[in-house]
Design a binder for this molecule. Structure first.
Ligand SMILES: [Zn+2]
Length: 371
């Protein structure tokens, strides 16, 4: 009896120490690196819940909300791109005007929320902002525009949105628009890739320093973008088609081409697996998601992959159900043998590299223009 108790105690000490030290390594790495989520639809949630207070902690199961500032802090997520999402509607003068107005309203909503909670979070418009805010212990909030529909066919609106802080534009959503074909339009392609206006939009985004986001666009539009853009591009929330054959995902050739261009694919928490006919509501796991990271790394290397959850836009995992559980991803990456340096790249280093190149490209381009 005495020996057994002693043995149990010894085992408890040994295993206790072991799990404590691995948890410390994991939380150290997770705290150390700049962690960036390139796609959350929280502005859409805010738009429909005007009383939602981003400065308060919320239960994700009770509120169906995936992100607030206390939970970002809890999950040590330093930065997130708040997507201004506008559903595709009629491409008429009136439809375009309504889409533009909706996007402007959502930009105002983001700015108002950041102003109200400036002690917790700030607008970020450059990678330096994110690194500075991380040091200050504040959340860095970038803005992306999901769907170019609000631009309608007015090129000057790209600069209007840039001036409001928009740093990437997803060229379309689930339907074709005036810029390009969507990967999921039930009527099939309309332009055969980018439209003539779409080419002009990409050039204007290059000029200003707005990242071109190829998530949602058709394969032909993807290749048109790569041929047109003079700087790297991103997929803000897309997965590997080799693991789940869905038009929203990106095949291996596209992964290689995007990497050759210097861009980055941000793996999301949606479109990870073929839906299980017996358990259609079963959520995918962190392990499923990291399988996509592993695949992209095996095809192109660790410099071209990141994370874009799609929280508040349908993205969720059984074991990363909201933003507070982001450390589970770091734990999985460590278990699979990724080094701290590699984790730093995946968690934001790669995306910040692309963002810098896009902004610097714009700077040199404008200098040339002035000269
Ligand atoms: Zn989306």
């Amino acid at each position: 009896m005495h020996i057994l108790v002693c043995l149990n105690l010894c085992l408890a000490v040994i295993f206790g120490c072991d799990s404590n030290s691995s948890e410390t390594i994991e939380s150290n790495i997770h705290e150390q690196v700049l962690t960036v989520d390139s796609h959350v639809d929280t502005p859409y949630f805010l738009f429909h819940h005007p009383d939602f207070d981003l400065s308060k902690w919320h239960d994700p199961y009770e509120t169906n909300s995936k992100l607030d500032f206390p939970r970002m802090q809890q999950g040590a997520l330093d930065a997130a791109f708040f997507a201004i999402w506008v559903a595709q509607g009629p491409r008429t003068v009136e439809g375009n005007e309504n889409a533009k107005q909706r996007a402007l309203d959502m930009a105002t909503l983001i700015h108002d929320n950041l102003f109200r909670h400036e002690h917790l979070a700030e607008l970020a418009i450059t990678p330096d902002d994110a690194y500075r805010l991380e040091q200050e212990g504040k959340r860095a909030i970038f803005i992306g525009l999901e769907n170019g529909y609000p631009i309608g066919n007015e090129l000057s609106l790209v600069e209007t949105f840039f001036d409001l802080g928009v740093r990437y534009i997803t060229l379309c959503h689930t339907r074709n628009n005036d810029i390009c074909d969507s990967s999921t339009d039930p009527n099939g392609p309309e332009h055969g890739g980018l439209s003539q206006f779409g080419f002009a939009v990409v050039r204007e985004m290059n000029r200003l320093g707005v990242m071109v986001d190829v998530s949602h666009i058709s394969d032909d539009a993807f290749f048109d973008v790569l041929n047109c853009s003079t700087v790297p591009v991103i997929a803000s929330h897309s997965n590997a088609r080799a693991l789940y054959d869905h038009p929203r995902n990106i095949d291996d050739l596209m992964i290689v081409k995007l990497a050759e261009n210097g861009g980055v694919i941000q793996v999301n928490f949606y479109y990870l697996n073929e839906p299980d006919p017996h358990h259609p509501d079963q959520l995918a796991t962190v392990s499923d998601m990291v399988d996509h990271i592993d695949h992209i790394v095996s095809v192109a290397g660790v410099d071209y992959v990141g994370i874009g959850s799609d929280f508040d836009g349908g993205g969720q995992l059984a074991d990363c159900f909201d933003v507070s559980e982001m450390p589970n991803i770091t734990r999985e990456l460590i278990q699979r043998g990724y080094t701290e340096k590699e984790i730093q790249k995946i968690w934001g280093g790669n995306l910040m590299r692309v963002m810098s190149e896009v902004l610097n490209g714009s700077r040199s381009r404008r200098t040339v223009e002035v000269n």
